[in-house]
Unconditional design. Structure first.
Length: 114
C-alpha cells in the first residue's frame, strides 16, 4: 500500500508562511486526486486542500485565498503552500489520496503562535 512522508511543519508566527511537502512511496498518478488534511485535537481530520488529475481543486473555506496545492506526478510529491497563517491553522497535517484515503502517514505538525 502506498505510504506518505510529510515534512515542512514547524513553529511559525501568525502571518507567516510555510510550505509543506509530501513524498509518496509509489506513483500517485493512478489516484484521482491528492489532498492535504489537518487534524486538531478533539476534532475530526478535515480536508484542507485537494487537487485532482483533471486540474480541479478544492479548499476548506477557512483557508481559501491563503493556501495553494500542487502535485508532481513525475516525482510522486504534493506540496501545500500556506500563507498568512493564523493560530487556528495549528494542527497536524497529513497528505493522502483524494477523495478516498489510504493508510495515514505520521503527518507534520504546524504550530502558529507568537
Amino acid at each position: 500500500q502506498v505510504q506518505f512522508v510529510e515534512y515542512g511543519g514547524g513553529l511559525i508566527q501568525p502571518g507567516g508562511s510555510l510550505r509543506l511537502s509530501c513524498a509518496a512511496s509509489e506513483t500517485t498518478s493512478s489516484f484521482i486526486g491528492m489532498g492535504w488534511y489537518r487534524q486538531v485535537p478533539g476534532k475530526e481530520r478535515e480536508l484542507v486542500a485537494a487537487v485532482t488529475n483533471f486540474g480541479t481543486m478544492e479548499f476548506a473555506d477557512s483557508v481559501k485565498g491563503r493556501v495553494s496545492i500542487s502535485r508532481d506526478n513525475a516525482k510522486n510529491t504534493v506540496d501545500l503552500q500556506m500563507n498568512s497563517l493564523r493560530p487556528e491553522d495549528t494542527g497536524v497535517y497529513y497528505c493522502n489520496t483524494y477523495p478516498s484515503v489510504q493508510h495515514w502517514g505520521q503527518g507534520t505538525r504546524v504550530t502558529v503562535s507568537l
